[in-house]
Design a protein around this ligand. Structure first.
Ligand SMILES: [Mg+2]
Length: 128
């Protein structure tokens, strides 16, 4: 995110206020949940693009939420939680790798993503 982007989001946050921003975050999260459900059901390009669009909406609101957290001098809490949760993901991946030697993972399924079969997704470095 550029400084210009950050300034834009901060101006938008000042204009909308915290309550409106949280309302929008809640709304966009709901739209993303629906978009993911739609993609999982139809697995087509249109549904995938809808899911990407809603994820961008949520990402923008999360960046505005991060500005709120920063404004409230809580970035250290935010950063500590982020670090802690990333470490947890690493531990879970390590545990799964140790206990999982028969490729019983997402790529072993045939659903793929975006019309890609699991082998094609794997060749592109994409996990379904
Ligand atoms: Mg949306």
């Amino acid at each position: 995110m550029t400084n210009e982007d950050r300034d834009l989001l901060f101006a938008s946050l000042e204009q909308d206020g915290m309550q409106e921003t949280l309302d929008l975050l809640q709304e966009e999260c709901g739209e993303l949940v629906q978009a993911v459900s739609k993609y999982r059901r139809y697995k087509d390009t249109q549904a995938f693009n809808g899911m990407v669009e809603e994820s961008v909406d949520v990402l923008i609101l999360l960046k505005k939420f991060e500005l709120i957290v920063d404004y409230l001098d809580r970035m250290s809490v935010f950063d500590d939680l982020l670090t802690s949760k990333l470490r947890r993901i690493r531990r879970m991946m390590d545990d799964k790798r140790i206990g999982n030697t028969n490729s019983d993972n997402a790529l072993s399924r045939t659903d793929g993503i975006y019309g890609l079969s699991a082998p094609h997704a794997r060749a592109k470095g994409i996990r379904s």
